[in-house]
Ligand binder design. Structure first.
Ligand code: HEC
Ligand code: HEC
Length: 360
C-alpha cells in the first residue's frame, strides 16, 4: 500500500513537471518587440526555453547514399588556380583558400582556429565561417576592414558574456562565444590584425520590391536561397539577403560572390532620412561612425555591410544582449526606433558603396 502511494506521488510529480516545462516552452520570450525573425534566419518567433542545436561541424565523412567519386572530384572556380573537392569544402576546419591574393598570408588562427580546440574532434576555424577574406555570410558577421582594437573589444565582450544573440535558437553565436573563450591573448591580437588589414569590398545588389522570387530558408545554415524566377512571394516588411548564385556561395564557398538584397519599397529614402538627420527619433550616425560611415577607431564601419547582420545588431543593442562598455553609446540611438525604422536603416546602409573600398 505504502509503495503504491509513493509511486502515485512520484507519477503525479513527474506529470506536473512535464506540464510546467511544456507551458514554459510555449511562452514567448520577453522581447521588447517581436523579433525580426528573417534577420536571424528563421520564419517563426523564438519561445522560452529554446536552445541552439548542438554544433556539428561539417566533416569529410561520407553520409549514406552519397557518391564518393562525385564528392572527391576536383572542382574549379573562374579566376582561381586552386582546386578543391566538395568533401574538402564542407569540412569546417578546412578554410577554402580560392583567392589567396585577396588578403595577406593567412594567420594561423584564421586558418586553423584556436590552438586549444585543435587535435580532438574536427572543429571550426575562424576563416571557415567568416571566409578568409572576412566578407562573412548573412548568418555570421562581415569582419574585413574593422579596426583591430574594435575586434579585440568584441572578442572580450563575447568571452565575458556581454555579447550574445537575442534569438536563443541561433546556433553560431554560442559557437563564436566558445571560440572567443578558447583563444589566447596572442591569438586574439593576431586574428584582429589580420582582418583589419583586409579591405571591405563587397557590393550588395539592393532592390526595392513588394514581391520577390520564391525563397527557400535553408535550416542548415539559416540562409535564404532563391528558388523562384518570377516575383511571387510577398516581401512583407522583411529584408531578404540571398546569394546571387547559390551554387557558388553554398556548394563552392566562393567568397567573392555577391548577394541580392530585397528591401521594402520606400525603405531607402526613409532609412537615409534617419541615418543622416536622426529624423527626430535617433541620433545621426556620422557623429560617431565618421563622415562617410566608414568607422573611427572603436566605432565600427556600417556603410555597405550585410543588412541581416546590421539588423540583428540594432535589435540586440535594444534588447540588451549586446551590452559591452562601448555598446552603451548605441543604446540612446536605438531607444526610440521601431522594427520598421531599423529595417529602413539597415536597407539604406546596405545600399551605400563604402568610400574606402576599391575592389568589386
Ligand atoms: C561557427 C561560426 C563562427 C566561427 C568559427 C567564428 N565566428 Fe566570429 N562570429 C560568428 C557569429 C555568428 C558572429 C556574430 C553574429 C551576430 O552577432 O549576429 C561573429 C562575430 C565576430 C566578430 C564581431 C564582428 C563585429 O562587427 O562586431 C568578430 C571580431 C569575430 N566574429 C571574429 C572571429 C574570430 C577571430 C574567429 C576565430 C577564432 C571567429 N570569429 C570564428 C560566427 C563564427
Ligand atoms: C554616440 C555614438 C554613436 C552614434 C550616434 C551611433 N553609433 Fe552605432 N556604434 C557606436 C559604437 C561605439 C559602436 C560599437 C559598440 C560595441 O563596441 O559594442 C557602434 C556599433 C554599431 C553597430 C554594430 C556594428 C558591428 O560591426 O557590429 C551598428 C549596426 C551601428 N552602430 C549602427 C548605428 C546607426 C544606424 C546609427 C545612426 C542611426 C548609429 N550607429 C549611431 C556608436 C554610435
Amino acid at each position: 500500500m505504502r509503495t503504491r502511494y509513493i509511486l502515485f506521488l512520484i507519477c503525479s510529480f513527474l506529470i506536473f513537471r512535464i506540464a510546467v516545462v511544456h507551458s514554459q516552452t510555449d511562452k514567448p520570450l520577453e522581447l521588447w518587440a517581436p523579433i525580426p525573425e528573417w534577420a536571424y534566419g528563421y520564419d517563426s518567433q523564438p519561445q522560452l526555453g529554446d536552445k541552439p542545436p548542438i554544433p556539428t561541424p561539417g566533416n569529410r565523412a561520407l553520409q549514406s547514399g552519397e557518391d564518393a567519386k562525385e564528392l572527391s572530384r576536383p572542382l574549379t572556380l573562374e579566376g582561381s588556380s586552386a582546386t578543391f573537392s566538395r568533401q574538402e569544402i564542407r569540412h569546417a576546419q578546412d578554410v577554402i583558400d580560392w583567392f589567396p591574393e585577396d588578403y595577406p598570408p593567412m594567420a594561423e588562427i584564421i586558418k586553423y582556429g584556436p590552438e586549444a580546440l585543435r587535435g580532438g574532434e574536427p572543429d571550426w576555424a575562424c576563416g571557415s565561417c567568416h571566409l578568409p577574406n572576412g566578407k562573412g555570410r548573412p548568418s555570421n558577421a562581415p569582419v574585413a576592414g574593422l579596426s583591430a582594437e574594435y575586434m579585440i573589444q568584441q572578442l572580450y565582450d563575447f568571452r565575458k558574456g556581454l555579447r550574445y544573440s537575442a534569438d536563443p535558437r541561433k546556433p553560431n553565436t554560442p559557437n563564436m562565444i566558445r571560440m572567443a573563450r578558447a583563444m589566447t591573448e596572442e591569438e586574439i591580437k593576431k586574428s584582429a590584425e589580420f582582418w583589419a588589414a583586409v579591405p571591405w569590398t563587397r557590393r550588395y545588389n539592393v532592390i526595392e520590391a513588394d514581391l520577390i522570387p520564391k525563397m527557400y530558408l535553408n535550416p542548415n545554415n539559416n540562409m535564404f536561397f532563391t528558388v523562384g524566377t518570377e516575383p511571387t512571394e510577398p516581401l512583407a516588411g522583411r529584408i531578404i539577403e540571398s546569394p546571387i548564385d547559390t551554387y557558388q556561395v553554398d556548394y563552392l564557398r566562393n567568397p567573392r560572390t555577391g548577394f541580392n538584397v530585397y528591401v521594402p519599397v520606400g525603405s531607402l529614402a526613409k532609412g537615409e532620412e534617419l541615418v543622416t538627420t536622426g529624423g527626430g527619433k535617433t541620433i545621426q550616425c556620422n557623429i560617431c561612425h565618421g563622415q562617410d560611415l566608414n568607422g573611427l577607431d572603436m566605432v565600427p564601419p556600417i556603410a555597405g555591410r550585410s543588412p541581416s547582420y546590421v539588423m540583428r545588431q540594432l535589435y540586440d543593442f535594444r534588447q540588451g544582449t549586446r551590452n559591452g562598455i562601448s555598446s552603451q553609446l548605441m543604446k540612446p540611438t536605438v531607444a526610440n526606433l521601431s522594427i520598421e525604422d531599423m529595417t529602413n536603416i539597415a536597407s539604406y546602409l546596405a545600399s551605400i558603396i563604402p568610400s574606402s573600398s576599391g575592389g568589386t
